[in-house]
Design a protein around this ligand. Structure first.
Ligand code: KIV
Length: 288
């Protein structure tokens, strides 16, 4: 979102003119053809770095279930677990728009439950928007939350909270029916008032068609280069996650290897007596 956001200051956190990215900038970025960038974040240290790097929005994703809490899916994570992570990310950012992911079980019952959860996130964390999974099936919830003045990012295509209903981690939007369903979901969330929609794991050509049909920006998570923005789970993107990552992830760093090597060096130096050295010791006299 470089061109659009430069007018709002992008020269670093000490720049007094630095302003917050707003939902209206998403629509303007789409109109101007400038790409939107997003990463997940679950803590203040990563959030500070991503904010300073000019990432447009940070999603405190329910992927924290795996990346922070060690669950094997996103289903178990709760509102109570995500609230403090979201607050930490909000406190660390000056410019990025912070989106709180509403976890499984916090909005499916209907618009009242969705609004209650969205208000908790907005009030208790200071986040700027919430995200809900589901297209046609979640449109009523989105409409109610948006009408209350809370911006909603929608999420369609592969929706991890319904992985069992979908039959596993399966590419969505394939075939004539799949494409029609994805388009119907996209139109439903736009119509309900979402300011942007995440499209996860669909063929690029299908996401391209959806992006052309919508006025709101589409954000790809494994939906190809034609969407209006790109979002990745930061621990996958930085090479922190151990094991397999999805095909669409590009590892932009090797944080896991760096940390493992540092831990091995630390252990070796402690065991050999090399660390701590004289430069790390305090002397008994305050003068030296
Ligand atoms: O929780 C998350 O990280 C997400 C993204 C994968 C879209 O929902």
């Amino acid at each position: 979102m470089t061109d659009e956001i430069s007018a709002y200051g992008r020269s670093g956190p000490t720049d007094p003119t630095l302003k917050r990215v707003r939902t209206r900038h998403f629509r303007r970025a789409k109109e101007a053809g400038t790409k939107i960038t997003g990463l997940t974040s679950y803590d203040c240290l990563s959030a500070t770095i991503f904010d300073q790097a000019g990432i447009d929005f940070l999603l405190v994703g329910d992927s924290a279930a795996n990346a922070v809490f060690g669950y094997d899916s996103t289903l178990p994570v709760t509102v109570e677990e995500l609230l403090p992570l979201t607050s930490a990310v909000v406190r660390a950012t000056r410019r990025a728009l912070v989106v709180a992911d509403m976890p499984f079980g916090s909005y499916e019952s209907g618009p009242d439950e969705a609004l209650h959860t969205a208000i908790r996130f907005m009030k208790q964390t200071g986040c700027h928007a919430v995200k809900m999974e589901g297209g046609v099936r979640t449109a009523k919830q989105i409409r109610r939350v948006v009408r209350a003045g809370i911006p909603v990012m929608a999420h369609i295509g592969f929706t991890p909270q319904s992985e069992h209903g979908l039959g596993g981690h399966i590419i969505q939007g394939r075939g004539e029916d799949g494409e029609a369903e994805l388009l119907a979901d996209a139109k439903a969330v736009e119509d309900a008032g979402a300011f942007a929609v995440v499209i996860e794991m669909t063929p690029s050509v299908v996401a391209e068609r959806v992006s052309k049909e919508l006025l709101i920006p589409t954000i790809s998570v494994g939906a190809g280069p034609h969407c209006d923005g790109q979002l990745l789970v930061w621990t996958d993107w930085a090479g922190f996650t151990t094991g397999r990552v999805p095909k669409f992830v590009k590892r932009f760093a090797t944080i896991g290897d760096t940390l493992r090597q540092a831990a091995e060096e630390f252990r070796a130096e402690v065991e050999s007596g090399q660390y701590p050295g004289p430069e790390h010791e305090y002397s008994p006299s305050p003068a030296s």
